[in-house]
Design a protein around this ligand. Structure first.
Ligand SMILES: Cc1cc2nc3c(=O)[nH]c(=O)nc-3n(C[C@H](O)[C@H](O)[C@H](O)COP(=O)(O)O)c2cc1C
Length: 388
């Protein structure tokens, strides 16, 4: 059992010697400092979302209308936050959501490697994005002993899609997370006003530029003719998927298939019926469609419809308290998105690991104070809407 809350003792004890934490432990300060470090273009891309950003704002603020009631006289001296998923045991339910701009977020422009190292340092699994500055094989190696998952943007070219999936399986990733909501990019005013779409500037395309099937589509190697390589990437990105495609994914890989972007209970039921192995309830952090409902408010119905399938969750997690609320509402595993990328921006692997450890410490201490020694107790206690 890992006592994550010990992080606060370490911080207070260091304070006795006049040493302050290297990074902020709260999201508001982290976000402010990360935006300064990233600069305006990158901040637009990472912090920005679709339309007037109502969906992404409500993703985070909706956590405030869910509350938990503490229980007393429970022996909580030890907490067990562990979960089992995809055949592995993890010491907590957190995972690092796929962020296709990690590569550009750290100062050395190898942010995917830094994220993978943060995963190795913390034991929090990394879901590596298709959009990466380093090839998926190297990223997997940098995850060390912590199992990792691979997120797929399905290419319209079936040979490229198959190759990418099979590379991920061969590299040792333990699950294939298929993103359903991003075959086309949502309307993102901040990026549009700055005329900036990083992929069209050749960023985060290394998984394509190292793929044997993608390279076959190019007249010249990407180093010699990057413009054509980028054009061909843009022309082949983003297959529109339908339920029948699950059988195709299953025909080319033995990896568990996780469907990312499920928000409606009927879609969760269809995922079960079509043989998906897990459901990932997410609205892409409000980056893809505006006018939506906070994902945390949709989670209970998705969980009910998912039956025995594990339900991964993200969108709006900013703290350990948010993570525990998501568990209380039925999530099996909880994805941290923007916060760890901000950690990368401030301090590479160390910064991201600090952010993850802070979230874990808060989650652990919340369980201690609330009288929930295990995640099963968190689920049994549940969370209640406070605004109705
Ligand atoms: C800058 C950025 C890039 C992202 N890239 C990807 C990606 O490559 N693949 C994917 O499935 N989701 C991607 N996402 C969505 C995240 O996986 C996750 O759903 C989202 O960040 C959750 O919202 P939150 O960060 O506000 O909590 C991205 C999100 C951000 C902020």
């Amino acid at each position: 059992m890992t006592y994550f809350g010990a992080m606060q003792n370490a911080i207070y004890n260091a304070g006795l010697k006049g040493i302050l934490p290297d990074y902020p432990v709260d999201f508001a300060t982290l976000e402010k400092r990360a935006h300064e470090a990233l600069g305006p273009m990158m901040t637009n891309y990472v912090a920005g979302g679709c339309g007037d950003e109502h969906t992404q704002d409500t993703n985070a603020s909706a956590f405030h209308h869910w509350g938990m009631i503490p229980r007393m006289m429970v022996d909580c001296a030890e907490r067990d936050l562990s979960i089992e998923i995809f055949g592995d045991t993890f010491h907590s339910p957190l995972f690092m959501a796929p962020i296709g701009l990690n590569g550009e977020a750290s100062r050395d422009r190898h942010g995917d490697m830094a994220a993978a190292k943060a995963s190795a340092m913390t034991g929090v699994p990394f879901c590596a994005s298709t959009l990466s500055n380093d090839p998926l094989e190297d990223v997997k190696t940098a995850c060390g002993d912590t199992p990792a998952w691979f997120q797929l943007y399905t290419s319209r070219n079936k040979d490229v899609a198959t190759s990418m999936i099979q590379r991920a399986e061969k590299a040792g990733y333990k699950a294939l997370v298929v993103t359903l909501d991003t075959w086309v990019t949502g309307w993102r005013p901040r990026d549009l006003n700055a005329s900036n779409f990083p992929q069209l500037r050749g960023k985060v395309l290394q998984n394509y530029f190292t793929d044997p099937e993608f390279l076959k589509l190019l007249p010249k190697p990407p180093e010699e003719d990057p413009e054509t390589a980028i054009m061909i990437w843009a022309a082949t990105f983003g297959q529109v998927l339908t339920w029948e495609d699950i059988a195709w994914f299953k025909s080319v890989t033995d990896l568990p298939i996780v469907l990312k972007g499920i928000c409606h209970p009927d879609d969760a039921k269809k995922a079960v019926d079509h043989g998906a192995d897990a459901i990932y309830c997410s609205n892409h952090g409000g980056r893809q469609a505006n006018g939506g409902i906070a994902t945390i408010d949709l989670l209970p119905d998705v969980v009910a419809a998912a039956g025995d399938l594990p339900v991964l969750f993200d969108s709006g997690i900013r703290s350990g308290t948010d993570a525990i609320k998501a568990i209380a509402l039925g999530a099996t595993a909880v994805g941290v998105g923007r916060p760890y990328t901000y950690g990368l921006a401030l301090g590479g692997a160390e910064g991201a690991a600090f952010v993850l450890n802070s979230i874990l410490a808060e989650a652990d201490l919340l369980m201690a104070v609330n009288g929930y020694p295990t995640l099963a107790d968190v689920r049994a206690a549940g969370a209640q809407r406070t605004d109705r």
